[in-house]
Design a protein around this ligand. Sequence first.
Ligand code: AMP
Ligand code: MG
Length: 327
Amino acid sequence: MKTRVVCAEQGLDEAVSLIKSGELVVFPTETVYGLGADALNPEAVKKIFEAKGRPQDNPLIVHIASVEQAREIAREVPPEFYALAERFMPGPLTVVLEKSEAVPSVVTAGGHTVAIRMPRNEIARKLIALSSPVAAPSANRSKHVSPTAAEHVLYDLDGRVPLILDGGECGVGIESTVLDLTTDIPTVLRPGAVTADMISEVLGKVSSAGKIIGVAKSPGMKYEHYAPTVPAVAAFDEIKAFARYDEERQAGGNPVLIMRERHRAAAGGRSFISLGDTPEECMQRVYAALREAEKDYSFVIIEGLNGEGAEASVMNRIMKSVGGRVL
Ligand code: AMP
Ligand code: MG
């Protein structure tokens, strides 16, 4: 299959036809690029799993173009959903509800719940509005770093999808927050740009993250490695990071530091890829930095972030990308 990369506006009509005829389309969102298919067509959705090499038990997010469309996808849409929608939709928040009959089980990996999101990207919403609700995971090969630019998608999926809509760099940069509304207390299953604190301003009590999230509840989480193709470690300490770098260098390796801009001067002449400085910049850049690093270097030392909120969400992805290895 030949893969074409087309400017998002220009490729929209063709993308709509492809989705309607049961084919795959890669489209830009504000979080990361998505690999989409008609969410109501099981044969189309199966192609997503094939193109990514994704395990069948990892469910997909159904993307909608309007808040009202949630009613087609969910068995029942609770008032909490509308309250969240008011504040965060369209945007990087995915909400898990009981699924409707219309959603094929391949989308939910056999489960009775479905993850729903309304992306902020206008082209993404037009694509959905003109075709169908679109099931989509991130548009990377399974286990690789998520793509935040069309070139990242092409690198992973060339020959596996007919069309990539190029909408430039993703503004948010990591996958959406996943919030489960089917539990007694709403539970953050995956942290993201919309933080648990922000959600609790709307809903009151929210339980959060790692300790509570069960593999059974969010089956996909165990597969998400976001890993670069070269070995990587995280370092919370500048001195340790530089020492490890020098060691690697002396052993004949070609290491690189991925750190916040504030460490550049201290890094001296060492190879350095910047994460920017604010938590939002780190979020936006982290995946592109990992992809750049794996292309040009043999060993990655990435800065660990200690903060709460957005910083903690970035750190969640960094820990997965280094497989938990910390200096
Ligand atoms: P991706 O967009 O590639 O990050 O994949 C979607 C992710 O959303 C999955 O790996 C799960 O972690 C999460 N997800 C999708 N559907 C559900 C669901 N029904 N319940 C809980 N988590 C879900
Ligand atoms: Mg993914």
